[in-house]
Design a protein around this ligand. Structure first.
Ligand code: SAH
Length: 253
């Protein structure tokens, strides 16, 4: 009997935002492939009896290459194991979940998916920033900041992004923030557009840095902003009030 792979989203951190379905499936797992993004609280609560494989792809430091992760999942599944592939947030939003499903299906392995609460929405929400608001934004675009806008054929349409009126949410954008801000301004976005960067959202030591698009790159560099962080660009950022308590309080110890 071939095993089954469950592609599971952990949510953005903290066991409280892990879905009930995810918790049940994790409890029954024989093998768990994880990386650091789910956060310490979830990782330390993984069942003792399961074999745990650290794929360690945190901050660009690869312990297991993507193809190795996929090959190991196929191997364990062929041995009849019940496998969880645990991903931070939602597995299908910049989580390479799509690629893994392609490989697993091609190998004839059954896959089931458990969506997760994505950091793209929950991290801004946690500090009181709704990504849409009737007064400020009727659309939202979520993009990866991993793509360098200065390369010859950028993967993203910066002109369209700069001219859109909605909110822009950027994951994996810290390293490219200056280039991103420059590309948006060069394509017509106002330099006054407010930006918020939320580092380590929903963790005890979360931090919010704000500033206008023109100078946010320097402000972030000066503050020493580091990944993981969610960047929000747009008028909804005006709703952030540092004097207010978090909308999603930190729930850990
Ligand atoms: N699939 C994930 C995203 C994976 S990409 C999801 O749906 O949330 C990894 C990026 O997600 C990080 O670089 C960062 O931009 C963002 N991220 C994930 N968890 C975060 C957190 N707790 N705080 C801030 N950013 C986070």
């Amino acid at each position: 009997m071939t095993g089954k792979v469950f592609l599971v989203g952990s949510g953005p951190g903290g066991t409280g935002l892990l879905t009930q379905r995810a918790a049940e499936i994790i409890d029954a797992a024989e093998v768990i492939f994880y990386d650091q993004l789910p956060g310490e609280e979830i990782l330390s609560s993984l069942p003792k009896k399961a074999e745990k494989i650290d794929c360690g792809k945190f901050g660009g430091r690869h312990i297991l290459e993507q193809h190795e992760i996929e090959a190991q999942m196929v191997d364990r599944a062929k041995k009849g194991k019940n496998i969880v592939r645990l991903k931070g947030g939602d597995p299908f939003l910049f989580g390479r979940g799509g690629e893994e499903i392609e490989t697993l299906r091609a190998a004839g392995i059954e896959v089931e998916m458990v969506p997760g609460v994505t950091s793209a929405l929950a991290v801004p929400a946690s500090v009181g920033i709704p990504v849409t608001h009737r007064k400020y934004a009727s659309q939202v675009t979520i993009l990866t900041g991993h793509e360098d806008p200065t390369k010859p054929e950028p993967a993203l349409d910066w002109k369209l992004l700069a001219q859109g009126r909605g909110t822009i949410v950027i994951l994996m954008g810290v390293a490219n923030l200056k280039n991103i801000a420059r590309a948006l301004i060069a394509n017509g976005k106002s330099g006054e557009t407010p930006v918020a960067i939320i580092e380590r959202g929903l963790r005890r030591d979360r931090r919010v840095t704000t500033g206008p698009l023109t100078t946010i790159g320097d402000i972030a560099a000066q503050a020493g902003v580091k990944p993981p962080a969610v960047i929000v660009i747009g008028d909804v950022v005006w709703l952030y009030d540092p004097r207010q308590p978090d909308l999603i309080p930190y729930e850990g110890a």
